[in-house]
Ligand binder design. Structure first.
Ligand code: GRF
Length: 223
């Protein structure tokens, strides 16, 4: 692969997943990927500060619902080949999904198709998992379609739910694997290992994803 993939990262919060992408992929030694732009859903969020610290161009979504015009134009001008939702809370407008189908991915802090959909974000996801009595949670990276947390699943990383877990403890362990899964998927995309097929399924070019890459993780990691 000769050309570097430019990635636009969309974030609404502190941006630790963005940081994981920067640390793992936005480095001189990596000729496959660079972060082209970071778009924040509102001013002053940690993700925008992190981007600025790394001299990555930033944009802030205007506080209007324009049907996706601003976002589509901003992404087009950025020239990004892949759009990564890393803690982005807004629904991507259908017009943007249509123009970038197969080039937008999202990370969700549970094992979809469970514990996803409208209103299922942040702490609420982990509260629902703990409340349900499920013994396994994890992280999911999927293609984005017109429905919240619904597009084709690319990769997942399971995390055990411990008997002593509250939402906060579980969130912390899931976040630690998010930081490993998301850069790995972005890199695999840059290397042309998978794509969204015309039938809406994930088509793998090789054997990269067998699930064996991502083992159950129970240790607590902090960032
Ligand atoms: C992560 O758990 C992500 O999966 C979810 O929101 C959280 C964002 O964390 N969508 P951060 O902003 O990357 O730190």
């Amino acid at each position: 692969m000769s050309e570097s993939l430019g990635v636009a990262v969309l974030a609404s919060g502190s941006g630790t997943n963005l940081q994981a992408i920067i640390d793992r992929l936005h480095v001189p030694a990596n000729v496959h990927v660079h972060v082209e732009a970071v778009i924040g859903s509102r001013p002053g969020i940690g993700a925008l500060e992190r981007a600025e610290r790394h001299a990555i161009p930033t944009h802030t979504h205007p506080p209007v619902d324009d049907g996706g015009d601003w976002l589509r134009e901003t992404l087009e001008v950025s020239g990004a080949g892949l759009v990564v939702l890393a803690g982005w809370l807004k629904l991507i407008p259908a017009s943007v999904v249509r123009s970038l189908r197969g080039r937008i991915i999202n990370i969700h802090p549970a094992l979809l198709p469970s514990f996803g959909g409208p209103g299922m974000y942040g702490r609420r996801v982990h509260e629902a998992v703990v409340e349900s009595g499920a013994r396994v949670s994890g992280a999911t990276v999927h293609f984005v379609d017109e429905i919240y947390d619904h597009g084709a699943i690319i990769a997942q990383w399971p995390v055990p739910v411990l008997a002593v877990d509250d939402a906060e403890a579980l969130a912390s362990r899931v976040l630690a694997v998010e930081h490993r899964l998301l850069p790995a998927v972005v890199e695999a995309y840059a290397e042309g290992r998978f794509e969204l097929s015309a039938a809406g399924r994930v088509a793998w070019a090789g054997s990269w994803y067998s699930g064996d890459e991502f083992k159950m993780v129970s240790s607590k990691t902090t960032d």
